[in-house]
Design a protein around this ligand. Structure first.
Ligand code: ZN
Ligand code: ZN
Length: 406
């Protein structure tokens, strides 16, 4: 008992000590936002900070230039705990998803946990996972890392994400798949020679409305969402458009429903192509899964957040919330037990993906979230290192949840 309290104190002291540096890094990122797959400077600064604290860092893993894996092993190699860092920003609105807080809380947790590993067996990893918002060649970085087997021998993976409203230990996330549709027609003078044209915009509009007509018949129990835009629909009104491009996303809390939704969207595209005489090219992007929740981990984080004085929603209340968004962390939770806590930085109603939310990351409360997030993850990890019984419970809950899926 005494040893546990002393180790907890070490972790808290370490985070208090590096907090000014973490805040400086987070604010720097907020003021210098980098888009997904181009987060060179953020990735460099975060990974160098880990190096300065004794971590071994491998950069550019899986051919993703802004990804990294940092690790530190203590007196023994196991258990293996990973903290996930994100650092990509959004076009126009900068860090409107607060990934500057995710990145700095993750390295803070890693550096703090490293402090106890000279006495306690275990390895701590900090994964630098770029392009969470899906932009560029490194999009879906965590899914790619999961598929490549990087997480296979981990015992637990954790991350925090800033949010508005109340702090929650976890949340449900939707599976998502992106679909791009390109219609090819034939250009012609829109007034003089319309009979020589094949109108790709007409195909796009028909397809858009056909998808819309299917919305009412979606499964309500599966939290299905379909969103789409017409990206390109012609260049001038006096030319029959020869090219139109649409982008859709289909989401559901039921992974097995996604192929059906994708097929429906494809049929709408094929129907519109047939009706207008256009050619159609459909590209289905590799999707993300819905997340696997872990009750023992949720209870652990709930206890730790409360110990830190953070007001937090009881996990059983959170479990009744409707899943709203998607993350590539969900794919990690299909391989290892994982938890994605949502730490409040703004009052209810401040939406994520806004400039207002980006500003909130630089407020006192935003800075507090880095501290609370890093401390909660490091303390929860310490509990897992010190209690084989708890770790076994976490892993068994994961095994049961995965078995239920198949
Ligand atoms: Zn986001
Ligand atoms: Zn985000």
């Amino acid at each position: 008992m005494m040893a546990r309290e002393r180790l907890k104190k070490l972790i808290l002291e370490e985070i208090n000590g590096i907090l000014p540096r973490l805040i400086e890094l987070s604010d720097w990122m907020a003021m210098h936002p980098e888009l997904g797959s181009e987060e060179y400077e953020a990735s460099r600064r975060l990974s160098e900070e880990l190096e300065r604290h004794g971590f071994k860092v491998e950069r550019g893993i899986l051919n993703m230039p802004t990804a990294f894996r940092a690790s530190y092993s203590g007196v023994g190699p196991s258990p293996k705990i990973a903290f996930m860092a994100e650092y990509d920003a959004l076009p126009e609105i900068g860090h409107g998803c607060g990934h500057n807080i995710i990145g700095t809380a993750a390295i803070g947790a890693g550096i703090a946990l490293r402090r106890v590993l000279d006495e306690v067996s275990g390895t701590v990893f900090v994964y630098g996972t770029p392009a969470e918002e899906g932009r560029g060649p490194s999009a879906g970085a965590k899914r790619r890392m999961a598929e490549a087997g990087l997480f296979n021998d981990l015992d637990t993976a954790m991350m925090i994400h800033p949010t508005s409203g109340v702090t929650r230990v976890n949340e449900g996330f939707l599976a998502v798949t992106g679909i791009t549709v390109e219609f090819r027609g034939r250009a012609a003078h829109a007034a003089a020679f319309p009979h020589l044209g094949v109108n790709a915009l007409n195909a796009a509009v028909l397809m858009y409305m056909a998808v819309h007509a299917n919305r009412q018949q979606l499964r309500r129990d599966a939290n299905a969402v379909i969103h789409g835009v017409i990206k390109e629909g012609g260049v001038a009104s006096n030319i029959i458009p020869d090219r139109a491009v649409l982008q859709f996303g289909v989401r559901s809390s039921d992974d097995s429903y996604i192929p059906e939704l994708v097929e429906m969207v494809k049929n709408c595209a094929r129907g519109a192509a047939l009706a207008t005489g256009c050619e159609v090219h459909i590209e289905v992007k590799p999707g993300l899964k819905s997340n696997v929740r872990n009750e023992p981990l949720e209870r652990l984080l709930y206890r730790v957040f409360r110990e830190l004085g953070e007001e937090v929603e009881p996990p059983e209340i959170t479990a009744r919330r409707i899943p709203m968004a998607s993350t590539d962390f969900s794919d990690v939770t299909h391989v290892v037990p994982g938890i994605h806590s949502m730490v409040s930085i703004a009052p209810e109603g401040v939406a994520l993906h806004t400039r207002e939310f980006a500003e909130a990351t630089m407020t006192e409360r935003g800075h507090k979230a880095i501290e609370i997030g890093a401390k909660a993850m490091a303390l929860a990890a310490l509990e897992l290192l010190l209690s084989p019984k708890l770790l076994k419970e976490v892993k068994e809950a994961h095994r049961r949840a995965i078995a239920k899926l198949s």
